[in-house]
Write a protein that binds this ligand. Structure first.
Ligand SMILES: [Zn+2]
Ligand SMILES: [Zn+2]
Length: 115
């Protein structure tokens, strides 16, 4: 399987991350540490966009507890962290796929860039 941009998908449907190259996936995208098991987090994880996030490489490896699920600033606990990752994801997608903001909005429902 490949996505519409020719990137091979792994058996779980993930394209290579456009945010975090393979050699950087040894440490957490958010805090840079690697003391915990790292989870894959789909940046646009709502039900409508999770599969598209995987297929377009819009995912990062982050600490299972502190940065992903339970910490005060964990992405599933903190709207601020969530919006930060979504902005980074949008910028990476626009650069990698040559999208403008309107195209991004058409793909993911809204833009996360700050005015
Ligand atoms: Zn997640
Ligand atoms: Zn972390």
């Amino acid at each position: 399987m490949v996505n519409e941009y020719g990137e091979a998908l792994d058996k779980n449907g993930y394209a290579p991350s456009v945010l975090q190259p393979g050699d950087m996936q040894e440490s957490c995208f958010l805090c840079g540490e690697n003391g915990e098991k790292l989870d894959r987090h789909e940046v646009f994880f709502g039900s409508a966009y999770r599969q598209k996030s995987k297929r377009l490489g819009l995912w990062v490896c982050i600490c299972h507890g502190k940065c992903h699920l339970w910490g005060e600033e964990a992405v599933h606990n903190s709207r601020e962290t969530d919006l930060y990752l979504k902005e980074q994801g949008q910028l990476a997608a626009m650069e990698r796929y040559g999208w403008d903001e309107e195209k991004f909005r058409a793909e993911f429902g809204r833009s996360y860039l700050e005015d």
